[in-house]
Design a protein around this ligand. Structure first.
Ligand SMILES: C[S@@+](CC[C@H](N)C(=O)[O-])C[C@H]1O[C@@H](n2cnc3c(N)ncnc32)[C@H](O)[C@@H]1O
Length: 251
């Protein structure tokens, strides 16, 4: 049973909203698990070279490859984490994804708010870009509010899961990545929250795990794609944005 004041009519809700506005709308202690992949601006601002930034201009509205960045200065990020902490119940679990820049600039702030338990490596299996060592991984910080163990003891902290090529949305992550986050943290009926839901892969993973989802994204494209996916999965139809198997079995 959800602790939200107005129970969800469907098991999911995806709003077009700023992350802080979504969190402010949720009652204290109403979320069991947060799984999220924020739109950090640091990587784009600081890892530039030559005449341009490495990943194009986020601010250019005509550039449909990218999306709005979250202002990721330490104060804003801390305020975001504190709001996550407020809406989580005691014993709640949180998974926050970091790229290599934000991991060093912001990752340590997780410790000011939560009990950090693991740094998890997402091994994307195939080589990505990079001017020194080519990037093949991202990091997920796993932390808790208070104390609750994982429900499984067989989960490793390196997750080899192939990245999505030419997805429906920029930086669309595989559903299997979020299914791994939920594997030892969620049980059917729990409330999962993603304030930066993008294409909705985290929401699909939560629905497949029998959970309810409350999520937001500032980008209307993202909200449309995520809502379509949630509606399809809830109706028992295939995920329209990821045709391959949505859940990995190997822990
Ligand atoms: C890295 S993407 C998430 C991708 C997602 N995990 C997926 O699999 O598709 C980050 C998302 O954060 C959204 N975003 C940026 N600033 C935001 C804000 N202030 N509040 C909510 N969402 C925001 C962007 O529009 C983008 O869709």
């Amino acid at each position: 049973m959800t602790a939200l004041e107005q129970p969800l009519a469907a098991p999911w809700r995806v709003e077009q909203s700023d992350c802080m506005r979504l969190l402010a709308s949720l009652p204290e202690g109403s979320v069991d698990v947060v799984t999220t992949d924020p739109a950090y601006s640091g990587m784009n601002q600081h890892m530039s070279f030559g005449n341009g930034r490495i990943v194009g201009r986020y601010s250019d509205a005509a550039n449909q490859r990218w999306f709005t960045e979250f202002r990721d200065d330490p104060d804003t990020f801390l305020a975001f984490l504190r709001e996550c902490h407020r809406v989580m119940r005691d014993g709640g679990h949180i998974y926050v994804m970091f790229d290599s820049f934000s991991l060093l600039s912001l990752g340590h702030l997780m410790r000011e708010v939560f009990a950090v338990k693991n740094l998890i490596v997402w091994d994307k299996v195939n080589l990505g870009m990079g001017h020194y060592f080519r990037r093949r991984h991202e990091t997920i910080v796993f932390a808790t509010k208070g104390h609750r163990r994982l429900s499984r003891r067989d989960l490793a902290d390196v997750w080899p899961i192939k990245r999505i090529h030419r997805g429906a949305y920029p930086t669309q992550k595989p559903v299997a990545l979020f299914s791994r986050m939920l594997a030892g943290s969620a049980e059917p009926g729990m409330m999962v929250c993603d304030p930066f839901v993008g294409s909705g892969s985290s929401a699909v993973a939560a629905l497949l795990a029998g959970c309810e989802v409350v999520a937001a994204d500032i980008d209307p494209r993202a909200v449309r794609i995520a809502s379509d996916r949630c509606a399809a999965v809830t109706a028992g139809a295939p995920d329209p944005a990821q045709r391959t198997a949505a859940v990995e079995s190997r822990p």
